[in-house]
Design a protein around this ligand. Structure first.
Ligand SMILES: N[C@@H](CCC(=O)N[C@@H](CS)C(=O)NCC(=O)O)C(=O)O
Length: 216
């Protein structure tokens, strides 16, 4: 059965690929699984029909054969476990790739999202100017640690995996920030991942939605 994912009908990032449906599209493209997309307005995301799929009224969701999932990490893990191509066969290497998925979502993404949220929710607050450098420093530390581990390797642990897909999806949120420029190895890492044909297809599909050319 063809899975269906949900995405913004009009993404606030204006097609830059930062909405989290892009990472799901990318995973599906990597494993060669066709998919359908149901587009939602912000209002529809908070309606009971969508809340029944996603308790927090967000995108993305994933529906397949009676299974309903939310949380991009859980969705990508499900895709990776059910198709070849995103997780190594070797049990230890597989566990490490999954650890990188968690690291992306649990260790690297939070300070990046915190900074983003501060940028749009606290700009008019008295503490904003003082808080920003603290948030930047936290991200900078994490990026330094990540860059040190990556070294001059192409990917985090052997061949490209769901761990890299998730880490790059998270780092992409910094593309318009000078923070990534301070870590050229990570900038190249993101560029290398974005050159993958599967990413290109996923990016084009989400952009097409924003530009109103076609669905999904
Ligand atoms: N941890 C969730 C985050 C989901 C999330 O933040 N979705 C955003 C779009 S990328 C959303 O739906 N925002 C609208 C809202 O929260 O009302 C995941 O990884 O799936």
């Amino acid at each position: 059965m063809t899975p269906t994912i949900t995405a913004f009908e009009a993404s606030p990032d204006r097609g830059r690929g930062l909405a989290r449906d892009t990472r799901i599209r990318w995973a599906l493209e990597e494993v060669g699984q066709p998919y359908e997309v149901r587009l939602l307005s912000f209002a529809a995301m908070k309606e009971p029909a969508h809340l029944a799929l996603h308790p927090f009224g967000q995108i993305p969701t994933y529906e397949e054969d009676g299974l309903v999932l939310f949380e991009s990490g859980a969705i990508i893990l499900h895709i990776a476990e059910n198709h070849a191509g995103l997780l190594p066969e070797d049990a230890h290497a597989r566990a490490r790739a999954i650890a990188w998925m968690f690291a992306a979502l649990n260790t690297v993404e939070p300070p990046i999202v915190e900074r983003e949220a501060t940028g749009y929710a606290e700009r008019d607050k008295s503490w904003y100017e003082a808080r920003l450098p603290l948030l930047d420093a936290r991200i900078h530390t994490r990026l330094g640690e990540l860059a040190a581990r990556l070294g001059d390797a192409s990917w985090l642990d052997g061949p490209f995996s769901a761990g890299d897909l998730m880490m790059v999806s998270v780092l992409q949120r910094l593309k318009s920030s000078p923070l990534l420029d301070k870590h050229p190895a990570l900038k190249s890492y993101v560029a290398r991942a974005e050159a993958r044909p599967a990413f290109q297809r996923a990016f084009a599909a989400q952009l097409a939605v924003f530009e109103g050319r076609k669905e999904g």
